[in-house]
Design a binder for this molecule. Structure first.
Ligand code: ZN
Length: 150
């Protein structure tokens, strides 16, 4: 599991990507996905090394479901932590890497503009990408601030 480029990780940040993926895989067991049967677990870790877990939570009213990544970030914020995120590990059902959906990419960017995303399934190597590559030309807090009238 060493597909990561050594220069991609923010300086001074220590975490074990294999451990993050193990934790995301274990969290996935607690997912609530009775409708899609597609379970996802996620772990976000800050540059200070604090980690928070999330799972997808579906609802009979499909639009109100929550993704695992957003759930993990909500847990982080509820704990009084605002990031910045160093890494996000995601493990979904099935063999292919479970990449974050568009909405989750935006939420990851909000709390971790330098974050590395590790997307995994049950086979093969994880896909590893900086969030800036997963969401190019993004609209984020800085752009919003530059449009404010004073
Ligand atoms: Zn999502």
């Amino acid at each position: 599991m060493t597909t990561m480029r050594s220069d991609a990780r923010p300086r001074g940040v220590t975490y074990d990507e294999a451990d993050l993926l193990r934790r995301a895989r274990a969290a996935r067991e607690r997912a609530y996905a009775p409708y899609s049967q597609f379970r996802v677990g996620a772990v976000v870790v800050t540059t200070e090394g604090e980690a928070f877990e999330g799972v997808n939570v579906e609802n009979a009213s499909f639009r109100t479901g929550t993704c695992a990544e957003q759930a993990a970030i909500a847990v982080m914020v509820a704990a009084g932590v605002r990031g910045p995120l160093a890494a996000v590990a995601i493990v979904g059902d099935g063999p292919e890497p479970c990449t974050p959906c568009g909405a989750c990419r935006q939420v990851i960017l909000e709390f971790g503009p330098q974050a590395l995303v590790y997307a995994s399934g049950d086979a093969g190597r994880p896909l590893i990408r900086p969030i800036s590559e997963l969401l190019p030309d993004a609209f984020g807090p800085r752009r919003l601030g530059s449009g404010r009238r004073s």
